[in-house]
Write a protein that binds this ligand. Structure first.
Ligand code: DC
Length: 228
C-alpha cells in the first residue's frame, strides 16, 4: 500500500504516441503536476554532448550525472527544464539531443540515478508522470497506468508534423524523422534494463485510429474508473 495522499498517474509508451499531449491534458483536468521524464534523459544527454563525453560508456556519464542538477518546472505548455540552473527547454528538442538521450538511457546505473530523482519528484503524488518505465520501474505502485501506443507510421507522421522549429534547423526529411524514430524505438524496447513495455496492470490505449479528442476522453475515463 502506498502512503501517498494523492495518486500517481503513469503514462508510458513509444515516441510520437501522443504521451505529452495526453499527460498535460490529464494534469490540467485533475489539477496535478505534469512531469516529463524524457526531458531529464535529454538534459543529461545535452550535458554529455557539451562535455564531449562518449555516450556508450557508463562510468563517465554516471559521474557527470552525480554533479548535475536537473529541474522540471511545470508550465502551461509543458515543462521548463533547468540544467544546472540554465533553461535548456528548446535546445533539448533538437535531433542531436534526441538521439543522444536514447543512447544515454540504455545504461543501467544512469537509469538508477534517474529513477531516484523521479521518485523523489513524485513521492507525494498528485502527478502525471510521463516516460517509458514509469509504470514498470519508477512507480510500479502507481494508482493509474496508461500505456499509449500507435502504429509506427502514424507516430512518425505525427512527430514530423510536430517537430517544426528544431527540424527546420536541421532540415530533416520526413523519411529521416521516421527512420530515427524507429531506431530509437528499437533501442528503447530492446535495452536490458527497464525496456519499454506495458506494465502488467497498465491499460493499453492504442491511438492509431482515434482522434485526439477520443484519446483524451478515453484516458479520462480510465483515470476516473481507477481512482474510484
Ligand atoms: O520521451 P522523450 O522522447 O523525451 O525521451 C527521450 C529518450 O529518453 C527516449 O529515447 C527514451 C528515454 N527515456 C527513458 O528511457 N525512460 C523514460 N522514463 C523517459 C525517456
Amino acid at each position: 500500500m502506498s502512503l501517498r495522499a494523492r495518486p500517481v498517474i503513469a503514462i508510458d509508451g513509444p515516441a510520437g504516441a501522443g504521451k505529452s499531449t495526453l499527460a498535460s491534458h490529464l494534469a490540467r483536468r485533475f489539477g496535478f503536476l505534469n512531469l516529463e521524464t524524457g526531458a531529464m534523459y535529454r538534459a543529461l544527454a545535452l550535458k554529455a554532448l557539451e562535455h564531449e563525453l562518449g555516450l556508450d560508456e557508463e562510468e563517465p556519464l554516471l559521474i557527470l550525472a552525480e554533479t548535475t542538477s536537473i529541474r522540471l518546472e511545470p508550465q502551461s505548455d509543458g515543462n521548463q527544464v533547468l540544467l544546472d540552473g540554465v533553461d535548456v527547454s528548446t535546445r533539448l528538442r533538437h535531433p542531436d539531443v534526441t538521439a543522444a538521450a536514447s543512447r544515454v538511457s540504455v545504461h543501467p546505473r544512469v537509469r538508477v540515478w534517474m529513477v531516484e530523482q523521479q521518485r523523489s519528484l513524485g513521492e507525494s503524488g498528485g502527478v502525471v508522470m510521463e516516460g517509458r518505465d514509469i509504470g514498470t520501474a519508477v512507480f510500479p505502485d502507481a494508482e493509474v497506468k496508461i500505456f499509449l501506443d500507435a502504429d509506427p507510421e502514424v507516430r512518425g507522421d505525427r512527430r514530423f508534423q510536430q517537430n517544426g522549429t528544431a527540424q527546420a534547423a536541421e532540415s530533416a526529411s520526413k523519411e529521416a524523422v521516421v527512420r530515427e524514430m524507429r531506431e530509437r524505438d528499437e533501442r528503447d524496447r530492446n535495452r536490458a534494463q527497464s525496456p519499454l513495455r506495458p506494465a502488467h496492470d497498465a491499460v493499453v490505449l492504442d491511438s492509431t485510429a482515434l482522434t485526439l479528442e477520443e484519446v483524451l476522453a478515453q484516458a479520462e475515463e480510465i483515470v476516473r474508473s481507477r481512482m474510484e
